[in-house]
Design a protein around this ligand. Sequence first.
Ligand code: HDE
Length: 737
Amino acid sequence: MSEENSPLTNPPIPGAPSVEAPSLAEPVEPREPLPPKPDQDAPETVSPTGTPTGAAKTVNSQSGRFLTTAQGTRVADTDHSLKAGPRGPVLLQDHHLREKITHFDHERIPERVVHARGAGAHGTFVANGAATGVTKAGFLAKDVETPVFVRFSTVLGSRGSADAVRDTRGFATKFYTDEGTYDLVGNNIPVFFIQDSIKFPDVVHAAKPHPDREIPQAQSAHDTFWDFVSLHSEAQAHTMWNMSDRGIPRSYRTMEGFGVHTFRLQNAAGETTLVKIHWKPKQGVHSLVWEEAQIINGMDPDFHRRDLADSIEAGAFPQWDLGIQTFPDTEDEMFEGIDLLDPTKFVPEELAPVQIIGTMTLNANPTNYFAETEQIAFHPGHLVPGIDVTNDPLLQGRLFSYIDTQISRLGGPNFAQLPINRPHAPVNDMLRDGMHQTAVHGGVAPYRPNSLDGGCPFLAGEDMSAYIEVPQELPASSKVRESPATFEDHFSQVRMFFKSLTPLEQDHVISSYTFELGKVYEENLKVRQLQNLANIDERLCAEVASGLGLTAPAPTVQVEDHEPSPTVSQIGGTWPVEGRIIGVIADANSDVTAVAQLTSSIHDAGMVPLIIAPTGGKLDGGMVVQRTYLTARSTEFDALIIAGAATPGDDAANSRDAKAGSPGVTIDPRVALLLSEAFRHSKAIGGVGDVTSVLQASAISPEAPGVVVGDATPVLTTLTELLSRHRVWDRFPAPAQ
Ligand code: HDE
């Protein structure tokens, strides 16, 4: 085949200017493969005495220049199978073909039964020492730096589902400490659906797609979910958080994280403190709006995954402060009337402030999704000295579940040897053999006591960082299958949560319930859930009932009123704008000097400008177009600036459709859509120069809140100020109540 006709070579475009293009041909000079990252090394192979065995570390990345079989034999042809003649049958003896296809056939492992879809990143955690009074955990001592890997996830969807669904998000962190690995396996919502782990299969079966058609994917808006929820008043708390803006985070970077359960810390003097653990994002706590989320799931199902990876790659490293709420370790394990063992309750920050004990920075993307993000195995029982569990019955069940699920998901009991799971502390565990054993253990006596391996390994004492469970008195009791009476109030905190939100956030909650229940087919489920809502808040119930066209029932229980907790609201504060994305709409008629000034000022403010133009290529003045009218959608941008006349493009399709907006004004309909969506989603909109016709054609009043027109510098200043509040919430204020 001549080079001209080769499928690897693009045919020349008639009339196109000749440019120096990078070669599209396949390189012919072999190069060394990229070296593995340090964290991709296999575990050390150590003898039971802790001495390296001298066995080579398994090479689990690529080495050498040439393609080989799995046995290291160089391969000359990987494009043609061995056949009896060019038109003959394929020969069974072709080992390379069979090995290649067999390996491929087994490339997938079972996805996680929950939290299947996730995205991860490496980072570091630096403690500020504030926790040393309450815990002896070495990694929480002042200035200690610990490597971490975080995996964020949705709960319900399959591995290939969309990111911006309404769901809880997992927030799991592995701290590779010198005293062993500590996993903080939390969520972005501080309460859980159920109070006892024995109900976990029930809630998950109900929330997952229906077993007959396996729909809907990654959604709670369906009958089985609402069947379960409406039958479980204990599930109302978590469900309300899901129906709030917390269920649709703007980004993994703008989520809080919660340990959910109460944990028990122990300090060097042996004193114990009960704690709840929090991650506070330095980027602020922000959410999407529902229509935006739904559009994103079609336009960019990888929205959150992309956002995390892009920001890390751009050097805008996301950061979270780690904080604890502390409670005296009293016999009743209660605080201000809240049972600390009840995972459906949270403790308002107004009652117990969050004290910051360190900061995490995510600064490196995974090198290989499967090896790291998919194979990481968390376990709430991976604890270090100074941190212990409590008798929360949900946590107790989790302590069993995670190792069990890893055995089937990761194909055996040796998953701790996978590079991403490998502790950074020395391992000398007497665990032997099993599927996928990659360590070459020396010695003859993996048992204790022994005399043949010199008595090794030895047991450590408390003074040598041994993990010793906090001894706890157990109340005299008989074996029962029941919950304490203090677990019985299922409504008062849910009401308090609802009442603590701003009117606008309450509006979002009302719309979410109305949307979700509106997708339910069985009317009796809606009626039953309305009864739960009536017990939470009468207005909430009345508005949802009216949206569903049903009658609001009267409350059936007397619910106590608590002081509101304004800290649960996400609206009101101002936040850093770093990493926010501003779309700059420009075209051939734009004032390129103003566009250049704008983009450089946006960069200087730590934000990301993306130029949107009718076609790809460059604007006059050499500025690169990053998005075209075809590839841009409002959901990608936190704000938009119109810096061009935005006239229709030249192609026939554009001209045919270019009739948006008011009579007499034509702009490209995709620009009108871009602007009107951004406007509807309460995003700030700027205009540089005369943009009256563009705004008019997009049905946007220049007087509307959050629309700012003028010279580049003042427009950007106002836009930045608006962005620090996340959205222009006063554009569509909630109706007065
Ligand atoms: Fe999990 N959970 N869970 N969970 N969970 C899993 O473990 C389970 C619960 C959480 O990114 C599974 O490795 C039970 C609460 C996160 O890999 C499984 C119960 C919280 C992740 C499991 C709970 C969580 C999981 C599935 C009720 C917040 C993803 C795959 C008793 C505090 C971790 C896996 C990752 C994953 C069991 C409830 C957080 C099946 C039985 C409460 C973030 O073992």
